[in-house]
Design a protein around this ligand. Sequence first.
Ligand code: COS
Length: 385
Amino acid sequence: MDYFLTEEEAMIKDLAHQIAEERVKPVRAELDEKEIFPTEIMSVLASSDMFGLFIPEEYGGMGKGTFELALVVEELSRVCVGVSTCYAANALGTYPLLLFGTDEQKKQYLPNIASGKHLVAFGLTEANAGSDAAGIQTTATKEGDYYVLNGTKQWITNGEEAQIYTVIAMTDKSRGARGASAFVVEKGTPGFTFGKKEKKMGIRASKTCELIFDGCRIPKENLISKEGMGFIVAMKTLDKSRTGVGAQGLGLAQGAFDEAVHFAKGRVQFGKPIISIQAVQHMLADMAIQIEAARSLVYTTARFIDSGAKDVTKESAIAKTFATDVAMKVTTDALQVMGGSGYMRDYPLEKMMRDAKILQIYEGTNQIQRNVIGQSIVKESARKH
Ligand code: COS
């Protein structure tokens, strides 16, 4: 299918493809097995301007959007979702500043993010606030010219590796979701340390750990937007980034499909390559249908977001849900085509299937996405009648 990419879009996709093939593929198994953060690959992405892609030119970026970012995420994910998570979580962490930061905050933080000098992490989730994002307990108490943060964030991607953290904390617990506020916190601030490092099923190149705030004093200028806007900052951030998770699902599904086709051409049973067996062809056909549908949806949604559409909540949730469910299905079926070989660690499929699972969970489970989509349908129907 031709998606009529502009010359520039095609160039960005090709460059990401090349980096994935030449720099990521040869080391992905080792990064996964030894749980190594891909510092060198992040430097290659930085020197190729990949971190500046979605940041406006006035803040040192390339001024591109969600679509170009999705192209890069897709290509990296085709080869390794562990690596693409390190890259994509940086955008997730940057969106609060990009969408709601003041000009001063943007000038202070975005150029170093655009150059890849500073990596960002997003701190919303807590032990008792996952799907129920409004249930966070971390507090930010105003004391003169400072806010004092107390509490623990859990399962934070890029935790400890990032220099900049965008964090949601309660400034007024009595107001529920409307009492949350967003802050930017720098690594090294006294009272800010890292806790438990998680050992995960998949995406093992990506680091996940707790952020611990214990009397962490940050200047009042580190408040993003206004007090009470933290939940909206978080939700708008997720609205923008969930299409990126969809792009991860799309890339992963494509990578798994490519492996299955390659294997099926070479694997001879009953005297012929198994790709000539109709049962196998039907499985490959179903994968191809789902992948193309996911690509159409992810690309269109990303372009819709970049068009400046105000409300993209439903669309990004749909893209995330569909493409990541496709990733789970396609990696499972691709492994099935490869049979016993697919199950062995000699082939990338077992890692791909492990990596697929998180996509249905993080940035809001696919069950929560269906809630979000359902609520949007209810709101739309109320407006129409
Ligand atoms: N954009 C703007 N405002 C939004 C919004 C969005 N996408 N989603 C919710 N809101 C607003 C609501 O309109 C509501 O505002 P009012 O109080 O003025 O009515 C407020 O935020 C609370 O919304 P709601 O009542 O729907 O909140 P719930 O407590 O029911 O929580 C959410 C629902 C959306 C939080 C939940 O379904 C969700 O997305 N959970 C997943 C969280 C997640 O992704 N976690 C992983 C994050 S770490 S990467």
